[in-house]
Design a protein around this ligand. Structure first.
Ligand SMILES: [Fe+2]
Length: 237
């Protein structure tokens, strides 16, 4: 039997990560979700968003302070639709405090999407968010926070592959575009963002707590819990 040592750690970007981990990287969730059903929602969600653009003033996405270029931090212009709302003021570290979150009025506008979300491997959901932009505009490369031992269970997904959504290694500048319809990714040790396209761009992110059955599939690195999606992805290569 060949024993593999997976607990060795190396320093990447000034923090310790398992030696298997490479950036940029992400774990595709396509094999765990119903991609056909997801794709079938494309026109449905697009039309709902188009109506909201005319009728609603959805809040603008905030990159947070951890952008690759300091001058790019802020609200680049893309909009958010909260499908769930927290009882407390917005805090990134509440994303998976599922008891705080309840379905919003906007969720009633997206019932087929909500039905799809029910099929995802979560035992409870927290923040649920559609991000969209109807003008050609990039989302600057950013990290969501800097806590390397904080891991959020979430699935990012989309009904079409139009939006050039990427992971980026800040040391090398290497970008990796998400190829499929879904991803779970390290939001801390690498950057992510999207390039502009000249049509309506949208994607959905659902945070929560994965089911025990799903969690049992996930290899956990000995250090840097935030790197778990990239650690898991390393087993696919
Ligand atoms: Fe982000």
């Amino acid at each position: 039997m060949i024993e593999t040592r997976t607990s060795d750690v190396i320093e990447a970007n000034g923090v310790l990560v398992d030696q298997r981990v490479r950036y940029p990287s992400y774990k595709s969730m396509d094999e765990f979700i119903d991609v056909g059903r997801l794709r079938s929602l494309d026109n449905y969600i697009r039309n709902k968003i188009k109506r909201r653009i005319l009728e609603t003033n959805d809040p603008k996405f905030y990159t947070g302070p951890y952008t690759l270029r300091e001058d790019k931090a802020g609200r680049p212009g893309s909009r958010m639709i909260y499908l769930a709302e927290s009882k407390e003021p917005d805090s990134y570290f509440d994303l998976d405090r599922t008891e705080l979150w309840q379905r919003s009025n906007a969720a009633n506008d997206f019932t087929l999407l909500m039905d799809f979300i029910e099929t995802l491997p979560f035992k409870a959901t927290g923040r649920m968010l559609i991000m969209y932009d109807d003008v050609p505009r990039a989302v600057p490369a950013h990290r969501d926070h800097t806590e390397t031992e904080v891991l959020h269970d979430f699935i990012w997904f989309r009904t079409n592959r139009n939006k050039p959504f990427y992971m980026l290694n800040p040391q090398t500048g290497e970008k990796k575009l998400v190829e499929g319809y879904s991803a779970w990714f390290d939001t801390v040790n690498q950057f992510h963002g999207s390039d502009e396209i000249d049509k309506l761009a949208f994607s959905v992110r659902v945070d929560g707590i994965f089911t025990d059955e799903f969690k049992a599939r996930i290899p956990i690195p000995a250090t840097n819990r935030a790197s778990t999606p990239s650690y898991w992805a390393s087993f696919d290569e």
